[in-house]
Design a protein around this ligand. Structure first.
Ligand SMILES: [Mg+2]
Length: 296
């Protein structure tokens, strides 16, 4: 049974008023919210007016809206794939066995309907519900992805999809991608997750098969190399971006993903045992607020 979050929501709303009294109570309000609210549990859907504003699902609301509603998201994806299209011919010309490697989720397939479901149901991510979404095989293509893939295919390049979807999800993934009429959607082109999220081994397998990977495309920087993976902190990831600066936008094409990513896991120290309240606190601590005193 979900507890009534009206009181804590009022506190949350009040925290945005330009009063030092209310501002100083902000963190306290968050703590109360995090401990007083429970997920909906047996309730199918929670209305936005009563949803606890401090759980992981509500946290996804803005991220899902940006992906589903904003034209900026679509433009950013088109921008990324335009860069990929412009650089690919030159990069591919340097090799007789050129290959392009793409991640799938939030790179080729757009999964915001799943996170929107999380928000509306109050349910956290789980492998079981994620699999339900995958089995629906109804993800739309990320804007620009289909046109780019057909262009790469027209150049005679091999396309490899290296994804952390489970190997058991291959059939549904192929069904989904064939419905989108994407090229080279054959089992031989997929390297899904078998035992580790680190994609290094799978990139190595492509190279060992005789291909030169001339371009990598992904929404998570770990799609390029494992210097960005766990246990790297966000500061270390930032430094790695500086080191990779000459490749970003050319050999490394980055798609926007506000829904999830290694950056978020790094905030939590990659500790999957944390409660919603603890994750909420760590997100608050990671913010860098301006030194504004506000109206007195
Ligand atoms: Mg991805």
């Amino acid at each position: 049974m979900q507890k009534d979050c009206t009181f804590v929501k009022i506190l949350f709303d009040m925290s945005f008023y330009p009063s030092s009294l209310f501002r100083s109570g902000y963190l306290f309000a968050i703590i109360i919210m995090c401990t007083a609210c429970e997920p909906p549990g047996d309730q199918a859907y929670s209305s936005p007016s009563t949803a606890c504003p401090c759980n992981s699902q509500t946290y996804l609301e803005a991220a899902s809206l940006f992906t589903q509603v904003s034209s900026e998201y679509k433009a950013l994806c088109l921008q990324a794939y335009r860069q990929a299209t412009e650089h690919l011919p030159e990069l591919a010309a340097a090799s007789e066995q050129a290959a392009v490697v793409l991640d799938l989720d939030e790179t080729v397939l757009e999964n915001s309907p799943y996170t929107a479901w999380q928000v509306m149901s109050g349910e956290p991510y789980s492998p079981a519900t994620w699999d339900q979404w995958v089995q629906l095989a109804s993800a739309e293509a990320v804007p620009g992805a289909a046109a780019f893939l057909r262009f790469a295919d027209s150049l005679g390049l091999r396309i490899f999809y290296i994804s952390n979807r489970e190997e058991s999800q291959l059939e549904a993934t192929i069904t989904n991608m064939r419905a989108l009429k994407l090229p080279q959607v054959e089992p031989s082109q997929f390297y899904l997750k078998s035992h580790t999220s680190d994609k290094s081994e799978r990139r190595r397998a492509v190279i060992d098969a005789g291909y030169d990977i001339v371009m990598l495309i992904g929404d998570n920087l770990g799609d390029f190399h494992n210097g960005y993976d766990k246990p790297a902190t966000n500061d270390e990831r930032d430094r790695q971006v500086e080191a990779d600066r000459s490749k970003i936008g050319r050999e490394y094409i980055v798609l926007p993903n506000t829904l999830y990513g290694t950056w978020e896991g790094a905030i939590y120290g990659f500790d999957r045992s944390l409660s919603d309240a603890e994750r909420c606190m760590l997100r608050s601590e990671a913010l860098r607020p301006a030194p504004i005193t506000g109206a007195e």
